[in-house]
Ligand binder design. Structure first.
Ligand SMILES: [Zn+2]
Length: 387
């Protein structure tokens, strides 16, 4: 409905409707969206609840809802080319949506949790909907075909051009080819991207009339996850100054056959905190590397993963794992664990404790979209911090 509202606002010029879209967007994405781009906090009615209510374990965050959010973001981008819309599109696509499908492409999550405890999913009626392994196709299979149509139409989400071909936007950094009519020439833009693993993006231009040039403004999104200064832009190997407009780097020039553009935005790992009003994540952090949210899984740890503590002063080491799960970058961290079985020998449920006792634990994190592809077990996106 919101997607249609945004289309109507654009086609009719209805200012009040457009402002309503903007208010709904701001509320949805700044107060009711999971870090993975999931929306819909409760399974009762598969619905929103209230601001900052984003439980990690009873979550709904249906795959279809994230895809709907991407449809809506796309329409908002057409209303106004602002990078925050494309940022949300990327967040939902690379995390919630990709994570909904198994590596074999035959099993799907409808619900996309931030935390699973398999026994709770099996035995707590409030958590039956949170599955630990992806499900086969079944009768009411809304999510799998929604994923199929999104991925097979992904080309519609990467670029935009205005009617007279004077401005060309690149919203997403995904290998692709885009053809458009500039004022005085037909242009093909070929994109090669190493994201999300590393921040090297390259464009090659080819023109229909190769002896002539094509004048247009190229606008490249500056992702919200890149906060280490300014991304580097090179044209034909030479560093190029650019102006900024609503989150996009802007280069206006007459382009020639064979011109190249390089967009360099190093991918780094950061801790992410949630707004203090989000009660579920007080004192916790998530891990994000470029556009990818990470998580920890039981299969990589001997300790209870709910007992793990990260050390804010300790960096995450990157380790390429090319031969598992299609290839990915694992993150490793010198953290701690509070699960000390020796302290709990008497089978007590509670015990006196003056200060938390911990032991060193090597924490391993994998991209969220890959979770649940090995042995079923516990998974957590948000981790407690060791002070
Ligand atoms: Zn669905």
């Amino acid at each position: 409905m919101y997607s249609a509202m945004a289309d109507l606002a654009r086609l009719t010029g209805d200012v009040a409707l457009r402002e309503a879209c903007e208010r709904l967007w701001a509320n949805t994405t700044r107060k009711q969206m999971y870090i993975t781009g999931g929306i819909g906090a409760t399974h009762l009615g598969e619905a929103f609840t209230f601001d900052y209510d984003l439980p990690n374990d009873t979550v709904y965050a249906e795959t279809c809802a994230s895809i709907g959010l991407i449809f809506w973001a796309r329409r908002m981008l057409r209303l106004e080319a602002k990078s925050e819309y494309a940022d949300v599109m990327e967040r939902a696509l690379f995390n919630n949506v990709l994570g909904s499908m198994s590596r074999d492409g035959k099993h799907f999550f409808y619900v996309n949790p931030m935390e699973v405890w398999p026994e709770a999913s099996a035995k707590n009626p409030d958590r039956h909907h949170v599955k630990v392994v992806r499900q086969k196709w079944f009768g009411c299979s809304c999510c799998p075909p929604n994923v199929a149509r999104l991925l097979s139409s992904l080309n519609d989400y990467i670029y935009d051009t205005d009617e007279d071909g004077k401005q060309v936007y690149v919203h997403l950094f995904i290998g692709s080819e885009f053809g458009f009519e500039a004022v005085n020439n037909a242009v093909t833009l070929k994109q090669q991207s190493a994201l999300p693993w590393s921040g090297q993006v390259k464009f090659n231009l080819s023109l229909q009339n190769k002896t002539d040039s094509a004048s247009f403004t190229l606008l490249l999104r500056i992702p919200s996850w890149f906060q280490s200064g300014e991304p580097l832009l090179k044209v034909n190997g030479q560093q190029q100054q650019y102006s900024k407009e609503k989150g996009y780097a802007k280069v206006e020039r007459a382009w020639n056959e064979g011109d190249t553009v390089e967009w360099v935005l190093p991918v780094e790992t950061h801790f992410i905190a949630a707004h203090p009003n989000m009660r579920s994540n007080a004192g916790k952090v998530a891990i994000q590397r470029g556009p990818l949210v990470y998580c920890v899984e039981e299969t990589d740890h001997d300790e209870l993963i709910s007992s793990l503590l990260v050390n804010p002063a300790s960096e995450w080491a990157e380790r390429a794992v090319p031969d598992q799960l299609g290839g990915y970058v694992m993150l490793e961290h010198n953290g701690a664990g509070i699960n000390l079985p020796s302290l709990w020998q008497n089978d007590d449920l509670y015990r006196q404790q003056s200060r938390m006792e911990t032991k060193p634990v090597a924490i391993k994190a994998i991209p969220y979209y890959l979770w649940g592809n090995r042995e079923p077990g516990e998974m957590n996106v948000w981790l407690k911090q060791n002070s």
